[in-house]
Design a protein around this ligand. Structure first.
Ligand code: CO
Length: 253
């Protein structure tokens, strides 16, 4: 039923400060920005290859996003799948008694959107979106590759995402991990919580950059806290607004 990871939502304190890292330093092109009165956020979508990054700043102290910020600080907040038919999908989920925050779609930055209750997906907040327009492929120097999710049981979590959203499996070499998504595109990697400091839920984001040297230069110029290894950059969450971020050189499969 879903056809792609549309975006990953990141809660930030100040959108303007987040632009400095995500748009100016990483170089992700801004697609659109809006204030969403019903969600009480100022939000922006940035292109990141096959998927997008959504930045969310609470516009008042009472919103769900404001409470998240107060409790957990900046960081990964939700995961959004693209679907061609959100009405049909919500009906099907409701028929399976999957807990939903929105039983009918509403207008969001990504199109017509709805949120599932986090209980539906082992604590991960999932949004569905049917965009109003066809996706326009924006060139981006850094591309979304993989979202890492810490799980009590990766196989059980993978089973839930497979059943609810029809996500395809991507081959991994056995072991306790599971990977779902689109081979060569954006994927979800489910790992045992024990591998990621006991954390459950969305814990890290992996991206790829075909051309590393200009990116490293921009990161240095902006004084971002990074660890540059052979073919991989790790950005400290203090510089990437609470997100554990790994960027590796692009490999064609
Ligand atoms: Co979203």
């Amino acid at each position: 039923m879903v056809t792609a990871i549309h975006h990953v939502g990141i809660v930030v304190r100040k959108l303007d400060e987040a632009y400095h890292f995500w748009r100016d330093t990483l170089g992700l092109p801004l697609i659109r920005e809006a204030t969403l009165a019903d969600q009480r956020v100022r939000a922006a979508l940035l292109a990141a290859g096959d998927s997008e990054i959504e930045l969310l700043e609470p516009s008042d102290g009472e919103s769900g996003v404001a409470r998240f910020l107060e409790k957990r600080g900046e960081g990964l907040h939700h995961l959004c799948f693209r679907t061609p038919g959100i009405d049909r999908d919500l009906e099907a989920l409701a028929a399976q008694r999957v807990p939903l925050l929105d039983t009918t779609p509403r207008d969001g930055l990504a199109g017509r959107i709805a949120f599932l209750h986090p209980h539906a997906c082992h604590g991960v907040l999932v949004e569905l979106a049917t965009p109003r327009d066809e996706a326009v492929a924006e060139e981006s120097p850094v591309r979304f590759k993989r979202l890492v999710i810490g799980c009590q049981s990766p196989q059980e979590s993978a089973g839930t995402f497979r059943r609810l959203f029809g996500l395809p499996d991507v081959e991994v070499n056995g072991g306790p991990r599971a990977m779902l998504g689109w081979a060569g595109g954006s994927t979800l990697l489910m790992v045992p919580a024990g591998e990621v400091g006991g954390l459950e839920g969305m814990v890290a984001l992996s991206m790829v950059a075909p051309d590393m040297p200009p990116l490293i230069e921009r990161l240095e110029r902006s004084r971002a806290a990074t660890l540059v290894g052979a073919g991989e950059i790790t950005v400290e969450p203090t510089s990437s607004h609470g997100v554990h971020l790994h960027i590796s050189r692009y490999h064609f499969p």
